[in-house]
Design a protein around this ligand. Sequence first.
Ligand SMILES: C[S@@+](CC[C@H](N)C(=O)[O-])C[C@H]1O[C@@H](n2cnc3c(N)ncnc32)[C@H](O)[C@@H]1O
Length: 277
Amino acid sequence: METDEHVGENGEVFVHRLKELTDDEKQRLAQQNSRMIPEAKAAKLEREAKRHWDIFYKRNETKFFRDRHWTTREFQELINFESDQRIVFLELGCGVGNMIFPLVEEGFSNFFFYACDFSPRAVEFVKTNKLFDENRMKAFCADLTTDDLFENVKPESVDIASLIFVLSAIHPSMWSQVARLAFRVLKPGGVLLFRDYGRYDMAQLRFKPGHKIAENFYMRQDGTRSYYFTEEELAKLFSEAGFDIIMNTYIQRRTVNFKEGIDAPRIFVQGKYKKPS
Ligand SMILES: C[S@@+](CC[C@H](N)C(=O)[O-])C[C@H]1O[C@@H](n2cnc3c(N)ncnc32)[C@H](O)[C@@H]1O
């Protein structure tokens, strides 16, 4: 496991300590507790999680998330193969395919891609993408908190799986189920690549009272939910599911858009978890 802090190619800083809060930020977090989401509403959000995400994709279509062009830079596991080695890749919670299609565009002709999500609209967007090729891809609906996945993918058949900004959308009581699912579907020696929102990311600090469901877990305006992780929580979760922790770190970076006057410090968590051989 990495212990040192370093700066990545794009000015991202990899750190192993929690962001320190200013007094103003502490006050903002405290204010969030003044009006929590009532339990009945929180339970309804859980029951309707799939519907909210499906409506999200109805409204935003493929325009919301940017293609994840950073994945081969951050995850060398994607490129450390002989070019003729056949690799089975599975994107868990694929949305409209922002992780897989940049890989398809770059070649990766030795890869077979599985992509699943519980939103039927998201899966449909994957299937209708001009880069979708059914000879080397399969997209299907699956709820990661159930065993749906195994209707389409055999246990122990995947070399690389990814969970990119997905676990944060899932209720904390279900995380261990999702981690075990990823473990079961990977071959021995297979790797799970992970990125998600980190504790005290600016999006967490910005929530107004009336959005908090539980500690570090919030509802957005559109009914989708988001959790903000510490690296310790993730190390515990994935090691308890059986993984060896190869990497587990915060990433601090700035999202800058001069035209829109945005310069936002972001905090993510990134991990690589390996199923022992
Ligand atoms: C923030 S989006 C990220 C999508 C994609 N991984 C990306 O990087 O663009 C979160 C995705 O997780 C999916 N999701 C949330 N809960 C899920 C569950 N229980 N089973 C399957 N997919 C789920 C949502 O439908 C949504 O597409």
